[in-house]
Write a protein that binds this ligand. Structure first.
Ligand SMILES: NC(=O)c1ccc[n+]([C@@H]2O[C@H](COP(=O)([O-])OP(=O)(O)OC[C@H]3O[C@@H](n4cnc5c(N)ncnc54)[C@H](O)[C@@H]3O)[C@@H](O)[C@H]2O)c1
Length: 282
């Protein structure tokens, strides 16, 4: 069997964000290897031999609107991967970069996406339990105007206090609520997310700092390791552990999969679910 044909990316137009570093960079390397025409976007420079790279802040409406005009008219797959950590004082920015800007960009790009195309987000185990906030997430998902969305966030400070988590909850809700909606299902455009566990990437230091009340990276790291690693005597993932499944889920191999938030966390969240369903001690 020809593996390039199995994935189906050869000569296909693929958009990927956050490709300067971490998981999306790994994904980008594999996409190039599989013969895709890769259009990569990041706020930082991208040092990979992609078809075209763009350096742009995707947390800004005007930048998103400019970039989409420069992308090809026919798109086969989109990977939305960029994000920042949830520092106190950056609650609104986190929503705009980590979720709302991605929704905004995707919905502007959708007319360019070919029938049977695929959309894949990188969400997070941080979005686990998103069902509890589903109605709140739907409210922001249903707002299409950027300024109105900013206004909504400003009027819901409590909801976005845990900013990284709320943005990822919105992402999971988006995938779940949109997979059968007209704009996706009539053209059989698949939409999924991967939800990674703790992975060593360019975000690690900021995650560590933002997890500590005093921005102390060592303290934050200990809290994170306690939550994600120590309970199963585990180890952090590498960017490839996420980037390669990401590419696979967006490919023809996963042609009958849509609406899924796929946890790639060595079973951590399944175990959380098991513990809560059986009232086992944590
Ligand atoms: N690292 C982890 O432990 C972990 C766990 C769960 C989920 N995630 C998610 O994985 C995804 C990839 O992150 P990563 O861990 O590979 O980190 P990373 O920092 O290596 O990659 C994120 C990329 O996003 C880019 N970016 C940030 N703000 C941007 C903006 N405004 N416009 C354009 N690009 C921007 C950064 O420059 C960077 O290249 C993110 O969505 C993150 O939330 C990470």
């Amino acid at each position: 069997m020809n593996l390039k044909e199995l994935f189906g990316y050869e000569n296909k137009n693929v958009i990927i964000t956050g490709a300067s570093s971490g998981m999306a960079k790994s994904a980008c390397e594999l996409l190039i290897e599989l013969g895709a025409n890769v259009y990569a976007i990041d706020i930082n420079p991208i040092d990979l031999p992609v078809t075209k790279s763009f350096q742009a802040d995707l947390g800004r409406k005007e930048t998103i609107e400019r970039i989409i005009k420069e992308l090809p008219d026919k798109i086969d797959a989109i990977f939305l991967c960029h994000a920042i950590a949830g520092f106190k004082g950056k609650e609104l920015e986190v929503q705009l970069v980590n979720f709302y800007g991605q929704k905004y960009m995707l919905e502007l790009l959708l007319p360019k996406v070919k029938d049977q195309g695929s959309i894949t987000f990188i969400s997070s185990v941080g979005g686990f339990g998103y069902e509890a906030n589903y109605q709140n997430c739907l409210e922001i998902i249903n707002i299409n105007d950027w300024d109105e969305a900013v206004n909504w966030y400003q009027n819901h400070p409590k909801l976005i206090e845990n900013s990284y988590v709320f943005a990822k909850q919105c992402m999971n809700t988006y995938v779940t609520s949109k997979c059968m909606s007209k704009e996706f299902i009539t053209r059989k455009i698949r939409i999924n997310a991967i939800c990674p566990g703790y992975t060593i990437t360019g975000l690690t230091d900021d995650f560590n700092k933002s997890t500590s009340a005093t921005n102390d990276a060592k303290e934050g790291q200990a809290i994170i390791e306690n939550m994600f690693i120590n309970g199963w005597n585990g180890y952090p993932a590498s960017p490839k552990d996420m980037g390669y499944p990401l590419v696979t889920i967006g490919s023809n191999i996963f042609s009958y999969t849509s609406g899924e938030c796929i946890y790639i966390d060595y079973g951590l969240t399944s175990n959380w679910k098991h513990q809560s369903l059986t009232n086992s001690p944590k």
